[in-house]
Design a protein around this ligand. Structure first.
Ligand SMILES: Cc1ncc(COP(=O)(O)O)c(C=O)c1O
Length: 438
């Protein structure tokens, strides 16, 4: 907070393509997709046109008691994409989509006469948002410890996450098997008290770019079925192509009961999120009024027509531009360029899938957090990258690549070049240019 207050003012007043423009006319390539949600860059395109059109018709009309056209059309589109899901509940950001999913899971069991199923299983390092329910199932102590009096940790079991880098050299199969064994022990012992297991789809990002090994999510999904525990999949950050698949849980061959979407849903142009559920979940909320089984949850801006119009145009543009093909090509390009980081003495691990990459920096086996002149690594990366015309935000000692999904090759090249330059600057600051034990 203090650093931010003393920092040079960089007020964004415009967006041009994949660049942001500040009040002094400086431009920054948006290397973090404006908090991982931007798809098409900034400025004019079909998505903004659709939003303008909608605002001229009706800016907002509630879903309490009424429906509206864009939210109905979008719901149809979403269940078409998200195979297995049949119903859509809208909210305004990822955290609220998760809160809704947690309430749905608990009430599902209550409505089914199993009100003792009130607990959750969540993965170590999981991040699901900043509201109280989300923090309770989240696991980033540094973020959440100050708020612990608000959180219901007692109701959350922690399952291990398959991070190979920190697994002491064990091979992938053994790491996955031991994570699943531990998860199964939890489910076996407590399944009659557990409502749902919640996990990010395909990878954790905020928890340190942990890309799940093949088959892991599928096997978790099978365990949930075996122990009659609902599976809530959080695709907020990893859906819509971030990991190279339009619908990540399908690519992972997992079979969730509830799925949360957000971020790229509107191309990053409007705060909109959705909690999707199967028909089985939905049915449990249908009863006579006096039975009190309805879902008591709703937001003023639920199913916002402008957001839904943006999402519809965004998804149309995915098809028209064949975005998934572009992402596949850029995945290969990123992969080939990451080789340039591999032999650097301060690069300890590189994790990459689709349009997400994390480059973990360490020295003598310890994460690099502070440089020799006491500058914090993340502060250094952020300020130096802005000076080089790219906006980057690392995650602690992990340099992060998470560009707008439709980014062009030239811009991607620039982001990677700047990351390489930064790596050189960090080495100079550490006074370590070679012969460092990783
Ligand atoms: C996996 C995941 N879930 C949920 C959220 C919360 O979304 P929001 O910031 O829109 O509340 C985030 C945000 O980064 C996220 O990465």
């Amino acid at each position: 907070m203090k650093d931010w207050g003393t920092w040079r003012n960089r007020v964004i007043v415009d967006g041009k393509g994949f660049y942001l423009v500040d009040s002094e006319g400086r431009t920054y390539l948006d290397g973090i997709a404006s908090m991982w949600c931007n798809v098409w860059g900034h400025g004019q395109n079909e998505v903004t046109d659709a939003m303008k059109k909608q605002i001229e018709k009706v800016a907002h009309s509630t879903l309490f008691g009424l429906a509206n056209e864009p939210s109905t059309l979008l719901a149809e589109k979403l269940v078409e994409l998200a195979k297995g899901m049949r119903r859509v509940f809208y909210s305004d950001n990822g955290s609220t989509a998760i809160e809704a999913s947690m309430k749905m899971a608990i009430q599902y069991w209550k409505n089914k006469g199993k009100s003792q199923k009130q607990q959750f299983v969540a993965l170590k390092g999981g991040y699901h948002g900043d509201t109280i329910g989300c923090m309770s199932i989240g696991y980033i102590d540094r973020f959440f410890e100050a708020y612990s009096p608000l959180l219901s940790k007692a109701r959350v079991h922690r399952a291990p996450t398959p991070l190979l880098y920190k697994s002491g050299g064990r091979d992938e199969n053994r790491v996955v098997d031991s994570c699943l064994e531990r998860t199964e022990q939890i489910l076996k012992r407590y399944h009659d008290k557990i409502a749902a297991l919640v996990m990010e789809s395909g990878a954790q990002i905020a928890g340190g770019v942990v890309i799940y090994p093949d088959g892991y999510q599928k096997r978790i999904s099978e365990l949930c079925k075996k122990y009659d525990v609902l599976l809530i999949i959080d695709e907020i950050a990893t859906g819509f192509g971030r990991l190279g698949n339009m619908v990540e849980y399908l690519a992972q061959k997992s079979n969730p009961d509830i799925v949360c979407l957000g971020k790229a849903l509107t191309g990053g142009y409007f705060p909109l999120a959705a909690t999707l559920a199967t028909e089985r979940i939905f049915d449990a909320f249908l009863a006579e009024y006096h039975e009190n089984k309805q879902f008591y949850h709703g937001h003023t801006f639920t199913g916002h027509p402008i957001g839904c119009a943006a999402a519809l145009a965004n998804l149309e543009l995915y098809k028209k531009e064949n975005l998934m093909r572009r992402i596949a090509a850029n995945h290969e390009y990123i992969r080939s360029r990451l080789k340039e980081f591999e032999n650097n003495p301060i690069v300890a691990d590189i994790r990459h899938k689709g349009m997400l990459a994390g480059i973990e920096l360490a020295l003598n086996g310890k994460p690099i957090e502070v440089l020799r002149d006491r500058t914090r690594l993340n502060y250094f990366v952020m300020t130096k990258s802005l000076d080089m015309g790219v906006f980057l935000r690392p995650l602690g000692n992990i340099m992060l690549m998470i560009p707008p999904l439709a980014i062009g090759r030239e811009e991607l090249q620039k982001i990677i070049d700047v990351q390489l330059k930064l790596l050189g600057k960090i080495q100079t600051k550490l006074g370590k240019t070679n012969r460092v034990q990783r």
